[in-house]
Design a protein around this ligand. Structure first.
Ligand code: SAH
Length: 398
């Protein structure tokens, strides 16, 4: 197979030699050649060093990250390639006991770099695969990808929700959301942890449900018996339902989105829990905490990514700190705090330092009981540590 060659400067080989899948534009020597200037974003390219030695096959894109590696083998990106990659990822989910599981029928099938497919997210909701392409290369491959999902009998319905994850105002805009194979009516009821959840992948946030918290919800369930719980940033009530299933006395759920609160109420009733006893409150979390006098045995803090990029890091850290200080004020003695950050730019160490600072300022003593992360169907490619985006701590608070 002869793909257009991008020449990587010999001085910039360290990263690719360590199998990191991103190539920054500054590392490419022939970027200004006419042939490369005429190359469309999303095309498959071959990466070579200055001695023309093969390095990898990648998706090209105009921008800071100019290439995302698809394979370090010299192979064609054809149906066989997509089949192998998706089959490998599927087999891993089988080993994780997530496929045809009795208690759960949603899981992440492809987690971008973590499954060797940078820019591609696929979540499975029973018989529907919801795809989010984060790169134009993946968006242009949607048909091949959907066909493999169908051929491997993973799902019969495939929906693409890539408009919001591609760059607006560029040629990427051409990709509308819609069904690629068959059609489904939303919302659909799926199962997680033997609980029912309505998921609307067309209008809901991300692909419709936050699958990455499954394992952490189990942990909350384990500690919830006889406890009062506050679940902030609750979205469709994932943590709330697990806590109630674990025997929580009651759960209060807070989210600023009315749509999220409506779906939380719906999910409570779907599972036979009383929405009057388990209040669902539409409010900014910080304001709710400031205006409430109520104290809880357990609080869950799972805010959206405050730091969308490195530049926002300092402000985001301050916001995490203020939020955690406020939550600590509302915990009973011997309480538990489940606190998370899903900002990729905030590393685990910085997150822990921030929580420590919050504890000092609030005058509460804390012990770290658990270090949490995203579930194993969101694997981290060890050569791409940036993929470890979800950090969480369970703290015993005196
Ligand atoms: N814990 C959830 C996922 C949280 S996603 C789960 O397990 O499913 C983040 C949520 O925070 C979204 O539902 C969003 O609507 C909500 N949100 C964003 N900003 C908020 C704010 N300032 N106060 C309360 N909720 C907020």
């Amino acid at each position: 197979m002869s793909y257009t060659k991008l020449i990587i400067s010999n001085k910039r080989l360290a990263s690719i030699n360590r199998k990191h899948p991103w190539i920054f534009s500054g590392a490419i020597l022939n970027l200004n050649d006419r042939q490369i200037k005429n190359l469309d974003s999303g095309e498959v390219v071959q990466l070579v060093d200055q001695n023309n030695k093969f390095l990898a096959i990648a998706h090209f894109a105009k921008g800071t990250i100019a290439a995302r590696v698809l394979t370090f083998k010299n192979e064609a990106i054809d149906d066989k390639f997509w089949n192998n990659k998706i089959k490998n990822a599927y087999d891993l989910r089988v080993r994780l006991k997530l496929v045809k599981a009795s208690e759960t029928n949603c899981y992440r099938l492809i987690h971008g770099e973590g499954d060797g497919l940078p820019g591609l997210i696929i979540d499975i909701y029973d018989n529907t695969a919801v795809i989010q392409a984060h790169s134009i290369g993946m968006a242009k491959s949607l048909d091949s990808i959907s066909k493999v999902i169908q051929d491997l009998k993973i799902c019969e319905i495939v929906y693409s929700k890539s408009k919001s994850t591609l760059h607006q105002g560029t040629e990427d805009d051409a990709f509308e959301d819609g069904y690629l194979i068959n059609k489904a009516l939303v919302p659909q009821t799926v199962k997680e942890g033997n609980l029912k959840f309505e998921v609307d992948w067309e209008k809901g946030q991300k692909t419709g449900f936050f699958i990455d918290q499954r394992v952490n919800r189990e942990l909350l369930k384990y500690y919830s018996k006889g406890k009062t719980v506050l679940n902030t940033f609750c979205y469709s009530g994932g943590f709330s339902l697990y806590a109630l299933n674990g025997g929580a006395t009651y759960v209060h759920s807070v989210d600023s989105s009315q749509r999220a609160i409506d779906s939380c109420i719906k999910n409570l009733s779907l599972n036979g829990f009383d929405a009057n006893k388990n209040a669902c409150i539409t409010s900014d979390t910080f304001k709710y905490l400031q205006n409430s006098n109520e104290k809880y045995d357990i609080i869950v803090l799972d805010p959206p990514a405050y730091a969308k990029n490195i530049k926002a890091k300092h402000r985001a850290t301050q916001a995490y700190k203020r939020l955690n200080i406020e939550a600590l004020k509302h915990l009973n003695k011997n309480g538990l705090l489940f606190t998370f950050s899903c900002s990729q730019a905030i590393h685990r160490q910085l997150f822990e330092d921030t929580i420590r600072a919050a504890a000092i300022e609030s005058g509460r003593n804390i012990q770290i009981l658990h270090h949490l992360s995203q579930g194993p169907d969101h694997p981290v490619n060890a050569f791409h540590p940036e993929g470890a985006y979800l950090k969480g701590l369970v703290l015993a608070v005196d």
